[in-house]
Design a protein around this ligand. Structure first.
Ligand code: ADP
Ligand code: SF4
Ligand code: MG
Length: 329
């Protein structure tokens, strides 16, 4: 991975697509697709955290996994350190596999219950043949301490740990091979509220110390605001808005973002009264057969006739605030 970054961006995706074929039914002979990610573009600067939010099923996980090429992209480009890796064959991906890691949402399902914690954390070191056995074991112990666990626990099994501890093991595993970029896929959603902040704080400390770049996926908008420099909002396989965190929270432009933000509980009861909740109407449509035009049009209280016909362009309306909505044409 000798290529240098020519601009500040570590990662750039252009028009990324991932379509899952949907099982054909008796009556339907043609192949239909679930367009889980349907032309998403963004850039992430080195050392930056980009938050990614949206309702369950809108394509956040698929987007993260396609960037890591855990899923084969069906269109668009993934550019890492200035190099297009979209079509890079697997045998040339090894360096990128090492530099691009993931922390999964479910700390129970994501750790192999038959492996010791030491083998889970050390597995990637072994795959990449980075060091000998004793050095590797020392590194595992170091990593356990680094994520706030006891270095003597490497011979234990995942079931001996709590959810929060397991997620720390998942983080140590991601760190083992000195990554640059980590997709954090809802890393705290499955954890008790009482320990969510600890894990987020640890991820922030690690980022500062190790110069990491994060794509931080969440459905909890308040948490994403805290950790992210910029936030992108996805709806049904599309990015509908993206801006610097504070700007997005103070000045949300897309009707969907406004609805998402209005559903965050506000601690101050007086303020809660004055800030009316927007109730989203209509069911979440499916990415298998998305509405024509703006995909949000069936649920949007500002929808006008053209919204059902013409797809709005995702564009910068100034100050690096991007939105895809005909209200800003
Ligand atoms: N491996 C898969 N195979 C087929 N369909 C999938 C797969 N993963 C996700 N999907 C579908 O893609 C869409 C987006 O899912 P996902 O990326 O998991 O959303 P999110 O992470 O935002 O909840 C959903 O309709 C989901 O059912
Ligand atoms: S394009 Fe139209 S339907 Fe879509 S969010 Fe904007 S106003 Fe609503
Ligand atoms: Mg997900």
């Amino acid at each position: 991975m000798e290529n240098v970054i020519e601009n500040d961006y570590l990662l750039e995706i252009n028009g990324l697509k991932k379509y899952f074929p949907v099982k054909k039914t008796f009556l339907r002979k043609d192949i239909i697709f679930n367009k889980a990610v349907d032309g998403v573009s963004f850039k992430i600067k080195k050392g930056e955290t980009l938050g990614l939010v949206g309702e369950s099923g809108c394509g956040k996980t698929t987007c993260g996994r396609t960037i890591l090429k855990l899923y084969k992209p069906d269109g668009g480009e993934i550019i890492y350190r200035g190099k297009d890796i979209t079509l890079l064959p697997e045998n040339k991906m090894l360096d990128y596999r090492r530099k691009m890691q993931v922390i999964f949402q479910d700390p129970y399902a994501s750790l192999d219950s038959r492996m010791t914690v030491g083998d889970i954390i050390g597995e990637a070191i072994d795959i990449h043949k980075l060091m000998g056995r004793s050095e590797r074991n020392e590194r595992v112990q170091y990593l356990l301490e680094r994520v706030g666990l006891n270095s003597e626990h490497s011979n234990r099994y995942p079931h001996e740990f709590s959810g929060g501890q397991r997620q720390r093991i998942g983080i140590a595993r991601a760190l083992a091979v000195e990554p640059e970029f980590i997709v954090c896929d809802e890393p705290i959603s499955a954890l008790d509220v009482s320990i969510q902040a600890q894990v987020v704080n640890m991820l922030e400390d690690l980022q500062k110390d190790l110069g990491l770049t994060y794509l931080f996926i969440a459905h909890d908008l308040s948490m994403v605001k805290h950790i992210s420099n910029r936030v992108g909002v996805m709806y049904l396989g599309k990015m509908v808005e993206m801006a610097e965190s504070n700007e997005l929270y103070i000045n949300p432009l897309h009707p969907y973002t406004q609805a998402l933000l209005s559903s965050i509980p506000i601690p101050d009861p007086d303020e809660s009264d004055s800030k009316k909740r927007i109730i989203l109407e209509g069911e979440i449509p499916s990415a298998i057969n998305p509405p024509a035009g703006c995909r949000f049009n069936k649920r949007c209280r500002y929808a006008k006739p053209e919204c059902g016909e013409i797809e709005p362009e995702f564009k910068n309306i100034g100050n690096e605030h991007y939105v895809a909505c005909h209200l800003f044409d």
